[in-house]
Design a protein around this ligand. Structure first.
Ligand code: IMP
Ligand code: MG
Length: 430
């Protein structure tokens, strides 16, 4: 007897629609774990209870029988989590099925201040972060001065730790030293509230997960945030987030051994988007891209920024598969491409006259890559509405050909489902 362990990671630059896939799979899940990232993520979930934009809380929260864990690899904004819980309570959703790993690191407003400061100092090289303090919180973790969820149990001791951290930070950042957020007293009320609201949810998760996986027939779902190309290890560094967003990163962030993984699902949007800076070889600037952005509402859930839009990048998708080893893929938002004219899929880059099939590690080289499109990479568009289709065989022929063109760029994985609408049930399984 052992539980299924399914990890779901984004294959592109985030916003692939993982929230919906996880929400759907969470129906049968006994445990859902958020493994990395923080409230830089924004997952939109549409279900029978309405539309929800979740930042930290795992998508399994709507199922009262599912345990939802913020894993050791996450960075949790304590104030933000309390607000997010309250917003769910107001709409009648209980969070008594939420748990927090004691090892999860906390994000405070001083991290957000540092994030903004670091970005401003970069000028034109700014990453375009969400300014949620994610990078500085992971930096503190690696620097061994992070505050963890377990520290909330003793507000006084926690405040002492924060005071020591801030003393050094005032030295590193003289121009921020006088900000109220750099004064430990700023956090006193928050720590009191967090002890009250969050400490009861802090639970040792490694033994729980091990016993659950080895001793039940349940289903553990590990929910990724951001996407592979934003991974600090595998992505387009330095224009990345500060956690490892791949399947490998998810296992580490959940604290689950690799041998238990039964399925590695990669979620890919049927076209390409990116929020923030950094190269994007298939980016489009035409009127069609504006039309798609508006009709598909491609604006950031967290930042409200318009997302950059492009043709499906098969080189980036291949790169993603090199480092993830997805067993299954889900292609989302195919419905958004109805009535959008002919479509291109990029199958190689040209760098210095040579054809390549990977993303160069060096950002300067990546910036110089040009997306190449052969005649066979142009797919005739379709005008049929895909809503309501429940069988992949019922896709219009042109849409089916396009999907096969995308799937061919992701070797060794099987097509598991396509997304054809916003609702939970708008997912057609193969
Ligand atoms: P950070 O994660 O706020 O440090 O931002 C680093 C980069 O990741 C920026 O380009 C952000 O726009 C991007 N990013 C962070 N979280 C998300 C997400 O959930 N979806 C899409 N992009 C994200
Ligand atoms: Mg998002």
């Amino acid at each position: 007897m052992s539980a299924e362990v399914i990890a779901v990671a984004g294959g592109q630059w985030g916003d692939e629609g993982k929230g919906k896939v996880v929400d759907q799979l969470a129906q049968g899940a006994t445990v859902v774990v958020r493994a990395q990232g923080g409230d830089n993520a924004g997952h939109t979930v549409v279900n029978g209870k309405g539309m929800f934009a979740l930042n930290l809380i795992p998508a399994g929260i709507f199922n009262p029988k599912t345990i939802n864990i913020l894993g050791q690899g996450t960075v949790v904004n304590a104030a933000g989590l309390i607000r997010e819980m309250a917003a769910l309570h107001e709409r009648g959703i209980s969070t008594s099925n939420l748990r927090i790993s004691p090892k999860a690191h906390l994000v405070f407003e001083y991290h957000q201040l540092e994030d903004g400061h670091e970005e401003n100092s970069k000028g034109a090289q700014a990453i375009g972060t969400t300014k949620r303090g994610i990078g500085p919180a992971y930096a503190d973790k690696a620097n061994r001065v992070g505050i963890r969820a377990e520290d909330l149990a003793d507000p006084e001791e926690c405040l002492g730790k924060i005071a020591r951290v801030l003393k050094n930070k005032r030295g590193y950042h003289p121009d921020l030293a006088n900000s109220p957020q750099f004064d430990p007293g700023y956090y006193e009320n928050l720590l009191g509230e967090a002890q009250h609201v969050l400490t009861p949810l802090v639970m040792e998760t490694s033994e729980f997960l091990y016993r659950h996986i080895t001793g039940s027939n349940g289903r553990v779902l590990i929910e990724g945030a951001q996407g592979t190309l934003l991974s600090v290890d595998d992505g387009t560094y330095p224009m990345v987030t500060s956690s490892n967003t791949t399947i490998n990163g998810l296992l580490a962030g959940a604290g689950i051994g690799a041998r238990w993984l039964t399925q590695a699902i990669g979620v890919f949007k049927a076209y390409q988007t990116r929020v923030g800076g950094g190269p994007m070889p298939t980016e489009r600037f035409d009127e069609g891209a504006d039309r798609l952005r508006k009709s598909a509402h491609e604006f950031g859930v967290v930042s409200g920024r318009p997302r950059r839009l492009g043709w499906f990048d098969g080189v980036a998708a291949g790169q993603s598969q090199y480092v993830n080893g997805f067993t299954d893929i889900v292609i989302t938002r195919l419905d958004n491409l109805s009535c959008m004219g002919d479509l291109m899929v990029c199958n190689s880059y040209i760098l210095d006259g040579k054809e390549i099939h990977h993303i160069p590690s060096n950002l300067r080289d990546f910036e110089r890559c040009q997306a190449a499109y052969g005649n066979e990479d142009c797919y005739p568009g379709w005008n049929e509405d895909l809503a309501g289709i429940t069988d992949l065989n019922d896709l219009p022929e042109k849409a089916r050909k396009y999907v096969l063109g995308i799937v061919a760029t992701i070797p060794d994985a099987r097509l598991m489902a396509i997304g054809n609408g916003q609702r939970r049930e708008d997912l057609v399984f193969a």
